[in-house]
Ligand binder design. Structure first.
Ligand SMILES: [Zn+2]
Length: 302
């Protein structure tokens, strides 16, 4: 599932391509919105909220309320702008089948230039009043990439309080819960736990200062927001040296040379049904809260 930085980047590129344009065609290939007619509507902006993509539209004439076209990349979703895939570390940017198109729109700039945006395999495509966006995204915890993050300390404070609210919950689950804070996916949870030298199954209460987790997560997402290839190692490790542990099962830890291990950590209340695989170093992450049965967290589903 894409991480928040991927969604933010795709939104920025879509916003640059579409903001201020008027839709000349717009097909929503999902049953509930198939009859929507948005020709003539103007794209006001495209904004991320956690991992949700919000395309805000204003009507051609006074009267109808502004609408938001909502979508979610989920596992395999990707947008193409003017025929070019918005590449990311999270999803394949290879050719997609036409029957996986869910949104297909063309738009015209004031100067007559055309733009086209096509979304393949995106999920949760729906139109709603912009004023009602909170019905879809109001449950989300603070967005680590919220543009107001630096000016509004309440965002950080709320994220920290949310993370600390369930002290016995494994840190590797709490940080993945978009109700707690939004933007972290499976890659960042493995990388953050490694960087903090904490086992993902360690309870929040034993995983160190929640504020340091939140600050590090924010920093990493900001650093990677505009990158095609995600890097958590500082980029000093050369080819294939972008990540510390994610996807590196059986390989040597870049710090201590122990074998990186693969485990699973999931719980039913987390959105998405995909396998919640994680990776960790049994030596670097053997601190407080590390389960006695380590080296593997496999089977610790709740
Ligand atoms: Zn290690």
């Amino acid at each position: 599932m894409p991480e928040g930085d991927t969604v933010a980047r795709q939104c920025r590129i879509l916003d640059e391509a579409l903001a201020g344009t008027v839709l000349t065609t717009c097909e929503l290939r999902v049953p509930r919105e198939a009859t929507a007619d948005l020709v003539g509507w103007r794209v006001a902006e495209v904004r991320p909220r956690g991992k949700h993509l919000l395309m805000r539209l204003v009507p051609p004439v006074a009267g109808p309320p502004p609408l938001t076209l909502h979508s979610h990349l989920m596992m395999d979703g990707i947008w193409h702008v003017d025929g070019r895939a918005l590449r990311s570390s999270d999803t394949s940017s290879g050719p997609r089948l036409a029957d996986t198109i869910r949104v297909d729109l063309t738009a015209r700039h004031e100067d007559g230039r055309q733009a086209r945006a096509v979304a393949y395999d995106v999920k949760q495509v729906r139109l709603l009043r912009t004023a009602d966006e909170d019905e879809l995204v109001g449950h989300l915890g603070p967005d680590l990439l919220d543009p107001a993050w630096d000016e509004d300390p309440a965002l950080r404070d709320t994220a920290i309080a949310n993370l600390a609210a369930e002290p016995q919950r494994p840190i590797g689950l709490a940080m993945l819960d978009q109700h707690v804070l939004s933007g972290i996916g499976n890659i960042y949870r493995s990388e953050l736990c490694f960087l903090r030298r904490v086992h993902p199954a360690a309870p929040v209460a034993e995983a160190g200062d929640p504020a340091e987790f939140v600050d590090l997560a924010h920093r990493l997402l900001v650093l990677n927001r505009d990158r095609e290839v995600r890097v958590t190692t500082g980029g000093m490790l050369g080819r294939d040296g972008d990540l510390w542990v994610y996807g590196r099962g059986g390989k040597q830890c870049r710090r201590c040379r122990s074998r990186i291990q693969r485990g699973e950590l999931a719980e039913p209340r987390l959105e998405g049904t995909e396998s919640r695989v994680l990776w960790f170093c049994p030596r670097c992450q053997a601190g407080p809260g590390c389960p006695p049965s380590a080296p593997t967290a496999r089977g610790r589903r709740r």
